[in-house]
Write a protein that binds this ligand. Structure first.
Ligand code: BGP
Length: 478
């Protein structure tokens, strides 16, 4: 048998993309709650507070907040032994900076985790999944402010203490490395809540991004060290968005461009796992003359808070071409990424590359020799509901199957230590990037459209039965 006997088979979601109940039970407003829907290439808009009449898809999402019992019964039927979700920070601390937590919010997750455990499903918890309390943005400037370290540590301490006997697997910041690619005001795919001052130059934005990233990494390390004190059995990981960047050709300059682009995106993992900044990043900070607030105590905290495992998402790969400049760390990958003619892409342009998953697993494992956990993978597509209510989604099965095969090869042939696999959005939910419902990842269908119409009723797609069999055979039958 390729995979471990206790392999974690699950599904992944994030609180703000499925719970709804955005102001229920004393919950405060998060960054995700002030983002309007986007679609057809139009980006999500960030409003300055919640505006009457705007469409905020996260406000209702798929109403998991009220339907979680029925949903968890379905997850059990699917055969999941773990369920990855996040704790919405604003349910526990509505503004993010309070001293005392909101008991109603804490109780909600107690009930949710009890329900999971009753069904033999282990919760896998992300502490921050693009859900920063909005108040921390308006009042403090998000993670540009050192104070956010303490707020995050306090929130984490409260929930880790409260759920120490119910949750064993934790992750700190979802896809912490995304911010390397989004140097614009608090983009949907980041946790930092950065709002750049008017007229800030590219260099200034970049410097602020590194500052925020540093504070997040220190906060994460402090939480890892604290979590290990709260319960030595805790397994606490990081979470990296992994899209390998191949050289477009074997031209040496392309190869170097790929190496440098990988450093620029994945240095976050170096800090999480090794507990210190890599040489190439220190050289870059010096060359750019960034004035970063990095204290000796911070460096000590990084050293003392190394993660136990590497959680990562994998959806696609990229390719990069040298454009005549010497590849340095400030190489502009946005301009230099090229289409890879050897792979197909999804309707949203995400390049489909199952072998890239095996490549990514090898990249992580060779570099760090730490257990890996694939905590997101999946295919966003438009599904058609037949007249009889059935949903045939062979494209989704093809995608997942090819990726699970690649993952098994990494375990079998390359000896990678793999803890589990939790496909993204295994129950349809709101897309983080676009705010759409029509970009579906689920093996469970949810009746709701982009405009918010629908009964919210759940039904099984063909891929449900397929994934059920995969789990039941521990990945032997694909
Ligand atoms: C990851 C995020 C998820 C999720 C997924 C799919 O980057 O961690 O929150 O949404 O991407 O992206 P999208 O929803 O834009 O299709």
């Amino acid at each position: 048998m390729t995979l471990k006997k206790d392999f974690l088979w699950g599904g992944a979601v994030a609180a703000h993309q499925l719970e709804g109940g955005w102001n229920a039970g004393g919950k405060g407003v998060s960054v995700a709650d002030v983002m309007t829907a986007g679609s057809n290439g139009v980006e999500r808009k960030i409003t300055d507070g919640v505006i009457e009449g705007e469409n905020y898809p996260n406000h209702e999402a798929i109403d998991f907040y009220h339907r979680y019992k029925e949903d968890i019964a379905l997850f059990d039927e699917l055969g999941l032994n773990c369920f990855r979700t996040s704790i919405a920070w604003t349910r526990i601390f509505p503004n993010g900076d309070e001293a005392e937590p909101n008991e109603e919010g804490l109780q909600f997750y107690d009930d949710l985790f009890d329900e999971c455990l009753k069904h033999g499903i282990e919760p896998v918890i992300t502490l921050s999944h693009f859900e920063l309390p909005y108040h921390l943005v308006t009042e403090y400037g998000g993670f540009r402010n050192r104070k956010l370290i303490d707020f995050f540590v306090h929130f984490s301490e409260v929930v880790m203490n409260r759920y120490k006997d119910k949750v064993k697997y934790w992750m700190t910041f979802n896809e912490i490395n995304n911010q390397a690619n989004y140097l614009r005001d608090f983009a949907p795919f980041t946790n930092s809540g950065l709002k750049f001052p008017e007229g800030a130059s590219e260099k200034e934005r970049e410097e602020m991004m590194y500052q925020a990233a540093h504070y997040e990494l220190v906060a994460s390390a402090k939480v890892v060290a604290l979590g290990h004190k709260i319960n030595p059995d805790f397994q606490i990981g990081c979470m990296i968005a992994m899209c390998p960047i191949y050289p477009a050709t074997c031209k040496p300059e392309d190869m170097m461009a790929s190496t440098v682009a990988m450093q620029r995106r994945y240095w976050f993992a170096d800090v999480h796992v090794r507990g210190h900044y890599p040489s190439y990043l220190k050289a870059y900070f010096d060359r750019k003359e960034f004035k970063l607030d990095i204290l000796d105590d911070d460096l000590k905290a990084l050293e003392e808070g190394k993660v136990d495992y590497i959680g990562f998402s994998y959806y696609m790969s990229f390719a990069i071409k040298d454009h005549g400049k010497a590849p340095t760390f400030d190489y502009n990958e946005d301009k230099d990424l090229v289409k890879n003619e050897y792979v197909k892409a999804s309707e949203w342009g995400w390049q489909i590359d199952p072998l890239g998953l095996r490549y990514a697993m090898n990249w992580f494992y060779e570099r760090y020799e730490k257990p890996l956990f694939i905590v997101e993978n999946g295919f966003g597509a438009v599904d058609e509901v037949e007249a009889d209510g059935s949903i045939h989604d062979p494209y989704r099965v093809d995608y997942l199957k090819a990726h699970i095969e690649a993952m098994k090869n990494a375990v079998d042939y390359d000896g990678v230590d793999l803890m589990g696999y939790t496909p993204w959005g295994f129950i349809d939910l709101v897309s983080a990037g676009t705010g759409e419902m029509k970009k579906r990842y689920g093996v469970i269908y949810v009746d709701k459209d982009n405009e918010g119409n629908g009964t919210l009723e759940r039904s099984k797609k063909d891929s449900f039965t397929w994934y059920q069999k995969v789990i039941a055979t521990n990945g032997e039958e694909l």
